[in-house]
Design a protein around this ligand. Structure first.
Ligand code: NAD
Length: 365
């Protein structure tokens, strides 16, 4: 099969980690008999430098002509908040998510066996294993609601941020979570604040209705404060966790921390129909850009998600994940995941080792 992938290399370490990932995608293609065509898409600070806008005209169309989008990272101090909005990389990220209708953000947080020591939780908690999928609503709620700032007569300046959700928005993210659970351990935890918020009460009623429809999937409601606590007390209890935009923003960072390094965690953002976007959860790490020090694993695992979810090629996704696990089990470490005294390799060498593992593994089949 032929697949067309939009490549957004971006800024900082983005080009380095995307380069290594493309080589791995090509190796998988060689071994499994697929061909990949790449469409370079300029977005972020590099686009501002090249054409004066972080989100050049036609960006969404170029992405929509592809089967999936792979993004490194964008941003950096050079394009800070003193720049006009159209020159700031964050503007481009929000725009591409909106234009591709990417309302579901999927972040797996799994403790890779060889890195169990990196888990900051108690040893007995880590030993139970962590393998959860955070499903965050990405285009609604308080981040997209009406906001206001005004002067009052007696209380100084006052501000409001409106949190709004419709049944339709809740239902589509809920369905995504239940469908994902069917591909995993068949459990959904829906997180809300239904004891206080009206949006959460609507959220809960829609999720409960879906739970009846997906009767083969175990279901529970958990309040967001309890969920934050349970994530550090006993994360092994969770399979798929679904929640609204702001709760998801906070909880997904918490979930990623308990699994160790930020350099290991992939993500996918999906809508209905248009290509999904795959990217590491970390940023452009300007402090180590261009030094061959970035960990490429989060981007490589994002590509594995692309094979699994966009191309429906589970064996190829498994091969990439197994190649990463083997590299880690064999003791290969980039600086961010190395313990004191362990020897360290750079971005390119880590990419090469993982690539060779895909080769070795498939030779054995
Ligand atoms: P960051 O994730 O870029 O870096 C935080 C720390 O983690 C740094 O010390 C960095 O060196 C390290 N780190 C990150 N990724 C790593 C990797 N793959 N390997 C090794 N170490 C890694 O977060 P930040 O410093 O807050 O943000 C830097 C820039 O990235 C900002 O401009 C921010 O807006 C942008 N950003 C972009 C995205 C995105 O493109 N989706 C996401 C978050 C932040």
């Amino acid at each position: 099969m032929n697949y067309k992938i939009a490549l957004i290399r971006g800024d900082g370490i983005g080009p380095e980690i995307v380069d290594e990932t493309v080589k791995i995608i090509d190796r998988v293609g060689e071994k499994f008999g697929h061909a990949f065509e790449y469409v370079e898409v300029l977005l972020g600070g590099c686009a501002t430098d090249a054409v004066g806008k972080s989100y050049p005209d036609g960006t969404a169309q170029r992405c929509k002509s592809c089967d999936a989008v792979l993004l490194g990272a964008v941003g950096g101090p050079k394009w800070g908040s003193d720049r006009p909005a159209q020159e700031r990389p964050e503007t481009a990220l929000l725009a591409i998510r909106k234009d591709l209708g990417l309302y579901a953000n999927l972040r797996p947080a799994a403790l890779r066996p060889a890195l169990a020591d990196a888990c900051p939780l108690k040893k007995e908690t880590a030993e139970k294993g962590i393998d959860l999928l955070m499903v965050r609503e990405l285009t609604g709620g308080i981040y997209f609601g009406k906001r206001d700032r005004y002067q009052t007569e007696d209380r100084g300046v006052e501000c409001t941020d409106l949190m709004a959700y419709s049944e339709k928005e809740i239902e589509r993210i809920g369905r995504r979570a239940f469908e994902m659970a069917r591909l995993r351990r068949k459990k959904v935890t829906s997180v809300d604040k239904a004891n206080v918020l009206e949006t959460s009460r609507l959220w809960r009623s829609v999720m409960n209705r879906l739970a009846e429809e997906y009767a083969d999937v175990e279901y529970e409601d958990v309040l967001v404060d309890n969920c934050a606590m349970q994530l550090v007390r006993d994360p092994g209890q969770f399979d798929v966790v679904v929640t609204e935009n702001m709760f998801g923003d906070i909880l997904s960072d918490e979930a990623s921390m308990i699994t160790g390094s930020i350099g290991l965690l992939p993500s996918a953002s999906m809508g209905d129909g248009a290509p999904a976007l795959y990217e590491p959860i970390h940023g452009s790490a300007p402090d180590i850009a261009g030094q061959d020090r970035a960990n490429p694993i989060a981007t490589i695992l994002s590509a594995a998600m692309m094979f699994r979810y966009s191309f429906k090629l589970a064996a190829e996704a498994d091969a990439i994940e197994a190649a990463v696990d083997k590299a880690l089990a064999d003791g290969w470490r980039t600086a961010d995941i190395a313990r004191a005294g362990e020897s360290v390799v750079g971005t390119k060498r880590m990419g090469e080792v993982i690539r060779d593992n895909i080769w070795v593994q498939l030779e054995g089949i």
